[in-house]
Design a binder for this molecule. Structure first.
Ligand SMILES: Nc1ncnc2c1ncn2[C@@H]1O[C@H](COP(=O)(O)OP(=O)(O)O)[C@@H](O)[C@H]1O
Ligand SMILES: O=c1ccn([C@@H]2O[C@H](COP(=O)(O)OP(=O)(O)O)[C@@H](O)[C@H]2O)c(=O)[nH]1
Length: 240
């Protein structure tokens, strides 16, 4: 483990201070349609999509000891150490130059979440959960045909177990925080996206409302004008 940290020592970095970075986590069981919905979100809302699984699969291609370790864990349907995946995410975020990130398939357990909070430290705006029945997820994975080493019955079973045992506590954590947005993923992709779109539209509305308020509050002329307007027409000032 110490070796792993050493290898990635120079990956640390940080975002420019004062820059607002938006992060949304997309979670759901294996085959629930995370990647499919993320592609749609990217084209509608301009996020950078970072799939934790894809970052790990890229890492496997590098002919290193770490690549082999990741390959074996993925083949068994087990989770890769948090430190590795969090560093890969940070590296990809910094390299993208974007300020809006969809992090797909992460965090998968409480340890992942804590490592993210310790290293990247950007609280997600919300967590999108794609809820799908196990039978449907299984059917989709077996028809996925992407040549994935882990899309076989034995590994699929193990991935479902990991989802039940390790990811559910993460879901419960965000639910308690009021950050969970659940959509029914058992329907056709476009129907699922109708609900996903509504969730992301709220994000845009909040951002616009937030920026209007702060602009009005920091511009003395606007503030004076709004105060005058409110007093002339006896309108209660509900801006704060
Ligand atoms: N709503 C859906 N209905 C039917 N098939 C779907 C749906 N969403 C995704 N798929 C298909 O199911 C498979 C798994 O979807 P994917 O997006 O790769 O899931 P995940 O990223 O959650 O593992 C893919 O072959 C995809 O084309
Ligand atoms: O944060 C992560 C994300 C993925 N994985 C590994 O990558 C595999 C595939 O994950 P992916 O999200 O690509 O696919 P899914 O299982 O959701 O279909 C998992 O079973 C894990 O072995 C991991 O260890 N940590």
């Amino acid at each position: 483990m110490a070796e792993v940290v050493e290898v990635h020592k120079d990956w640390s970095g940080s975002f420019p201070s004062g820059k607002k970075i938006t992060v949304v986590f997309v979670i759901g069981g294996p085959g629930s349609g995370k990647g499919t919905q993320c592609a749609k979100i990217v084209s509608h809302f301009g996020f950078t999509h970072l799939s934790a699984g894809d970052l790990l699969r890229e890492e496997v291609k590098s002919d290193t000891e770490q690549g082999t370790m990741i390959k074996n864990l993925m083949h068994e349907g087990k989770l890769v150490p948090s430190e590795i995946i969090v560093r890969l995410l940070l590296k990809a975020m910094l390299a993208s130059g974007n300020d809006k990130f969809l992090i797909d398939g992460f965090p998968r357990n409480e340890e992942n979440r804590e490592a993210y909070e310790k290293i990247i430290k950007i609280e997600p705006e919300f967590v999108l959960l794609i809820d799908c029945s196990r039978e449907e997820m299984e059917r989709r994975i077996l028809h996925r045909n992407q040549g994935r080493d882990d899309d076989n019955m034995e590994t699929i079973r193990r991935r479902f177990e990991v989802f039940q045992q390790s990811t559910l506590p993460v879901i419960q954590h965000y639910e308690k925080m009021g950050k969970l947005r659940r959509v029914d993923g058992d329907r056709q992709p476009d129907m699922v996206f109708e609900d996903v779109k509504a969730v992301f539209a709220q994000l845009n509305t909040q951002a616009n409302q937030g920026s209007n308020v702060s602009r009005a509050q920091t511009n003395p002329f606007k503030r004076w004008f709004l105060d005058l307007f409110c007093s002339c027409f006896d309108v209660a000032d509900r801006r704060n």
